[in-house]
Design a protein around this ligand. Structure first.
Ligand code: 8YV
Length: 325
């Protein structure tokens, strides 16, 4: 069985594939393949392991119907046309759970860094501006006893809620399509409407999936409803916020600060005005980027493929309907 990976992935994943007898070829160049190139390459492979945000659309699946498995090195699968994969009976795997802690840490890091203007102050030293001490300058805000609002309380949101409660005794409110009663028991979270989430959060952190419903949901209207002292955090998908509206909300004082691990578009331009703002911290989509988490993700992505080769179901399938077909 031959497996193609669109990026170099951690050895732990490669070892699992090789131990199962797979031949593995990795795309080792630092640029994405064009769709046509990927389709051509896939003709010689049985399974595809996708890392990065390569788009797999209807045309891809129609021309690669022979693939036995597509396995993502991510929990998010918004780059894949799942209906098309299902139509061609191709199981799509992903890597939930193992990255929840690392991603919640990134949201926590951004929340704290924004509240103390950390990235801006680091730059301030590099620019040689650390000279006269002024007690009223460059002040941050504290997180103790503040309200953390979570948009999309699932595995990652729960991890963040636990950390925020433990570290800062924050109250947790959340908005989901449906109430998550199991999750509510953990952080003592309270379900609120989307408008209440906007109005009541001191920190609003996005952890939902990108879908037609959530695309662009954090727009001018949404930011206008937030507190002028609030901080917006997005570690989920950049397409859920309108970046121009976010920039204006920060400029006109509708909100106080923003922490982004995902931007819209990605990568963010080095000339983006957000990078000059004292109360903005941006990271280059690093949520799951730890040695431990990326290894665990690579293992899971490899196990998803091996399971199919062994005639079993993937441990984590996005489109379980394929097994019924
Ligand atoms: C990224 C992620 O894949 O799992 C996801 O959905 O967004 C991350 O793990 C990774 O950070 C590379 O962009």
């Amino acid at each position: 069985m031959k497996v193609y990976t669109t990026r170099i992935i951690p050895d732990a994943g490669i070892a699992i594939l090789k131990n199962a007898g797979c031949e593995v070829v990795q795309h080792s160049e630092s640029h994405d393949l064009l769709k046509e190139e990927l389709i051509k390459i896939c003709q010689d492979f049985d399974a595809l392991l996708i890392a990065g945000h390569v788009k797999l659309d209807e045309e891809f699946f129609s021309k690669c119907q022979h693939l036995k498995a597509v396995s993502l090195l991510s929990v998010g699968y918004d780059n894949v046309d799942i209906n098309a994969a299902t139509k061609y009976k191709i199981p799509v795997g992903h890597t939930p759970d193992v990255l929840s802690g690392a991603t919640a840490d990134t949201a926590f890091l951004l929340m704290l860094a924004v509240s103390r203007k950390a990235f801006y102050m680091y730059d301030y030293i590099k620019q040689g501006k650390w000279n006269f001490y002024q007690p009223t300058a460059n002040l941050g805000i504290e997180l103790n006893n503040k309200v953390l609002g979570i948009f999309g309380l699932g595995r990652i949101g729960i991890e963040l809620a636990k950390k925020a409660k433990g570290a800062y005794n924050m109250s947790i409110i959340y908005h989901n399509r449906k109430r998550n009663e199991e999750a509510e028991r953990l952080p003592g979270a309270r379900f609120v409407s989307f408008d209440e989430l906007l109005q009541q959060s001191d920190i609003l952190s996005v952890h939902a999936n990108l879908s037609a419903e959530t695309r662009g949901i954090f727009n001018k209207d949404a930011f206008a409803k937030m507190k002028p002292t609030s901080i917006f955090i997005n570690t989920a998908r950049g397409a859920m916020h309108n970046e121009q509206d976010l920039t204006e909300a920060l400029q006109n004082g509708s909100i106080w600060g923003a922490g982004l691990d995902v931007t819209n578009p990605e990568p963010m331009s080095k000339n983006n005005v957000l990078l000059t703002m004292p109360t903005v911290c941006v990271l280059p989509h690093q949520g799951s980027a730890t040695v431990e988490t990326r290894s665990a993700m690579a293992k899971l992505a490899a196990e998803n493929i091996v399971a199919i080769f062994e005639g079993k179901q993937m441990p984590h399938t996005v489109n379980k309907e394929v097994y019924a077909q």
